[in-house]
Design a protein around this ligand. Structure first.
Ligand SMILES: Nc1ncnc2c1ncn2[C@@H]1O[C@H](COP(=O)(O)OP(=O)(O)OP(=O)(O)O)[C@@H](O)[C@H]1O
Length: 357
């Protein structure tokens, strides 16, 4: 019995792997609206994130595979994206958020907030629905970096988040006066976080990025415990410190049963006017940390005055200087985080759940 053209096209697409998820496009439920009509084939490839850097590669491999099928005369491929959820049920929190990722660091001043802000804005620029929760009680500087003074007018019962560069944003800094020392005791902090998750009108989000306070102690641990996280990322400097950092960062996420998605190194080097690179903070720390923690080293961000100036001016560097080296690095890291979240989502509930969706 001969198989239909449609079935043969599907079989061909089963030979095309999603390079990051290591499974084929059909098994991952990424092929939608397949029509085979008189040799004319059309279908949509639904990527797991709009921030997928491999979109062209996936499209061309799919086209190549289908073009080999007997009887195919014409191929039309549409590229789409639907961010998969990590499978956690957040309904009881009335939170329609598919993935929550925490940005953490072993110590202060390493650029954790800079990474959180630019990753959130990059994901929004790619077309995803993104929120940013600044939970850094020691230095809530996300509003400054996003150019936001405070909350918008609050007409209804639910708290409306601020919004900038396509990202919905809320900060623990909105809850204190500028010069008030930030003394947050456990219960107060937890109720603030609870409020941010439950009482804020986030709407539907693909990604909620959480800027944690620096450090991996009890405060961070208990704070992160109150947020149903899909994964965590650690930001570090290249200094050869910190097997200790790695251990503590790893411990923190492990205690929470949260996948550590990877390590990001900030201020990796300074590019001098003659093109040479200066290792201001040493080199190799990020990779060592990742190796010690047995997680992915996601990459480094160069040191560049434009990053600080952009942060101070409230225009993140991926917006103010999109073609600069740090902006390109930060966009690449956003793509890596999105990919790692896709992998974690697929691993958390297998692939079968996607097939009928
Ligand atoms: N790659 C970079 N190049 C130049 N300056 C940078 C870079 N990354 C961060 N900075 C600057 O370093 C300072 C600290 O960064 P940031 O506030 O993001 O760190 P943090 O780890 O969140 O600090 P905190 O411990 O206060 O939360 C900021 O002024 C920021 O603009």
């Amino acid at each position: 019995m001969s198989t239909s053209l449609q079935d043969r096209v599907l079989d061909a697409l089963r030979t095309v792997q999603e390079p990051e998820l290591h499974r084929d496009l059909v098994t991952l439920g990424m092929i939608k609206d397949l029509v085979a009509n008189d040799g004319k084939i059309s279908f949509t490839i639904e990527l797991t994130t709009p921030a997928c850097p491999l979109r062209n590669q996936i499209e061309s491999e799919a086209r190549q595979a289908v073009s080999m099928v007997d009887g195919v005369k014409e191929i039309q491929i549409k590229m789409g994206a639907r961010v998969r959820s990590d499978g956690q049920n957040r309904d009881q929190m009335a939170l329609a958020v598919k993935n929550i990722v925490a940005i953490a660091s072993g110590k202060g001043g390493v650029g954790k907030s800079t990474v959180a802000v630019n990753v959130a804005v990059s994901l929004a620029q790619s077309g995803a629905k993104v929120g940013l929760l600044d939970a850094d009680i020691y230095g809530p500087n996300v509003p400054t970096m996003m150019g936001v003074d405070g909350l918008p007018p609050q007409p209804g019962k639910k708290m409306m988040p601020a919004e900038a560069y396509g990202v919905k944003m809320i900060s623990i800094g909105f809850m204190v006066k500028p010069d008030q020392p930030l003394i947050w005791r456990g219960p107060l902090l937890h109720s603030a976080i609870q409020q941010f998750l439950q009482d804020v009108d986030w709407g539907e989000l693909d990604y909620l990025v959480v800027d944690l306070p620096p450090g991996t102690g009890d405060v961070q641990l208990s704070l992160a415990q109150h947020v149903p996280l899909s994964g965590g990322v650690i930001v570090t400097l290249p200094q050869a410190v910190s097997l200790e950092d790695a251990r503590r960062g790893l411990e923190m996420f492990r205690k929470l049963n949260v996948p550590l998605l990877g390590v990001i190194e900030n201020m990796s080097y300074l590019e001098l006017p003659d093109g040479q690179r200066m290792d201001v903070f040493g080199s190799g720390g990020g990779e060592k940390l990742a190796e010690a923690a047995n997680v992915d080293f996601m990459g480094g961000i160069p040191m560049d005055p434009s990053v600080r100036i952009s942060g101070d001016n409230g225009v993140p560097v991926v917006v103010s200087n999109p073609d600069s080296a740090p902006a390109r690095a930060l966009r690449g890291l956003a793509e890596k985080i999105a990919a790692a979240l896709s992998v974690a989502a697929i691993q958390s509930h297998g692939v079968s759940i996607h097939l009928g969706e």
